[in-house]
Design a protein around this ligand. Structure first.
Ligand code: SAM
Length: 243
């Protein structure tokens, strides 16, 4: 089954961009996923192809019009495909959400520009507002590329059997342990002895403790959640943000 991605944007020329090369590019060429970049401006109704207007109540910038966006959505998003809107006001994207999207038939992503969307769009259509982090980008396109990259690498057969992604950061609620490779000695630093021991149980234990140390120091928020999940019964263990 092909994972069908639709991106609604004022800049369709930004796609596939970096997703046309490497892992994602090969997967697209192999038919594992498809990408349709839809020009929102094609759904404007005036001769100037206007998609925005001044904010009600005054203030700086322009706001994307609900009527134009709704027409673009209604014409381009297939029933049953989840529709996400890129916005810093959205719920932060998680690996758990990426996994659930990658397991489905595809995704449609609405990219904002200017000050963002007329809020009534979120009342009138089923749209999941998603943020890729606590900072402000100039447009949703880079966020859409991030989301699609994260989904595509998880599609069956894209990463290959050797690397399922199961051990990666966030999969177990922790950041991943550190990696090393040859040369054995570099600038006076050697690879940790345990990784050269050949003792798989010892290596697994070392990696687990490293993952815990690094998560605790770099991401106290993840660490708290991980600890909480370990002490709570399984049914209550999943936090709302991970649903
Ligand atoms: N006025 C908006 C606010 O303060 O929340 C910011 C608008 S931003 C300049 C323009 C567009 O970039 C947004 O509509 C959204 O599509 C995208 N964008 C910016 N930051 C983002 C983020 N952290 N995550 C996802 N999309 C983002």
């Amino acid at each position: 089954m092909t994972f069908a991605a639709t991106v609604l944007t004022l800049y369709p020329e930004m796609f596939p961009g970096p997703l046309g090369v490497s892992l994602a590019g090969r997967a697209m060429a192999d038919g594992k996923w498809s990408l349709d970049a839809v020009q929102i401006r094609d759904f404007a109704t005036d001769k100037h192809r206007t998609v925005d207007d001044t904010p009600a109540g005054g203030g700086a910038g322009m706001v994307l019009r609900a009527d134009v966006l709704a027409a673009a959505i209604d014409a381009s998003v297939a029933p049953g495909i989840p529709l996400l809107a890129m916005t810093p006001r959205g719920k932060p994207l998680t690996q758990a959400r990426v996994r659930s999207l990658a397991a489905g038939p595809g995704v449609a992503i609405l990219c904002g520009r200017f000050e963002g969307f007329d809020e009534r769009l979120f009342e009138a259509r089923e749209i999941e507002p998603v943020s890729i982090g606590d900072y402000v980008l100039s447009g949703g396109e880079v966020g859409a590329l991030v989301l699609l990259d994260a989904c595509v690498r998880l599609l069956p057969g894209v990463m290959g059997a050797a690397s399922s992604g199961d051990e990666e950061s966030f999969e177990s609620g922790l950041l991943e342990y550190p990696h090393y490779t040859r040369p054995q000695m570099w600038e006076g630093r050697s690879i940790p002895e345990v990784l050269r021991s050949g003792d798989h149980a010892k290596i697994a234990a070392w990696r687990k403790s490293q993952a815990e140390i690094i998560t605790r120091s770099r991401r106290p928020d993840l660490w708290e959640r991980h600890i909480g999940a370990r002490v709570q019964p399984p049914s209550g263990a999943r936090h709302e943000e991970e649903e």
